[in-house]
Design a protein around this ligand. Sequence first.
Ligand SMILES: [Zn+2]
Ligand SMILES: [Zn+2]
Ligand SMILES: [Zn+2]
Length: 288
Amino acid sequence: MPAMVRGSCLCDAIAWQAEGPLELMSHCHCSMCRKSHGTAFATYLAGKSDGFAWLRGREHVRRYQSSPGFDRPFCPTCGSVVAGGVDNGYVFMPAGCLDDDPGARPTAHVFVASNPPWHAITGELPRFDVCPPGWPSTEILRDDPPEALPGCFGGRCLCNAVAYSVRARPEAIINCHCSRCRKARSAAHASNLFVPPEAFRWTRGEEFVERYRVPDAARFTHCFCRTCGSSLPRRTDDDVMIPAGSLDHDPGARERMHIHVDSMAPWYAITDALPQHPQGPGSGDVTV
Ligand SMILES: [Zn+2]
Ligand SMILES: [Zn+2]
Ligand SMILES: [Zn+2]
């Protein structure tokens, strides 16, 4: 266990550090984490907050109360989920934002009762329908999505301000492990599907969608809700990238591959049998 673990958001305005031991690390499949991160699951590293300190940007942190007494903190500039819970004597850090290998490794899948149909949980780690006894926990969002229009599927952010509808039948969800996706989603990897622009429409709250483009990137842009920080679809003239975690309905598509596995987080291990591309799809060899 390293003495110090640091974390920061995608735009680098907010950073923190924590002294160990922080050993409670798990993959959370609850519907709130899914929407907040826009991914299949979130991974958190948690422990007592004695050794926690903000390095910069504490004043920038925006919080959304997703359940009574539980705030989800995020960077209002780039939309990364940042460290939280500090005032309660306990800190939890989204592992995707860690800049150091924490030494700890995930020990469980929690809230698997909320896992969506498009993500298969694999591997040997213990699984808990909700939370293991004695763990700090929050309530699950009652997943009561509105009905999909015929032939369509849709999604929303966590606070309900922004919603969208898609009329398409995409086939693939792509898990991207690049360092930008990990920071933007503050998770092990992004889970995205792509649809044609004409198949997509905002049904509510487009004006609440913030966009952060990484300055030195050709097109990497993270879109998120201004109020709750949830990852949201990114629309260009060519396509619309939909963070699968924001979905309310089964899109029919399933996870098909991992890309940029050369950049995979040191604390994560792929346990499914999907093809793995070292970089982008079509670049380099596929390893399975
Ligand atoms: Zn930021
Ligand atoms: Zn969760
Ligand atoms: Zn929202």
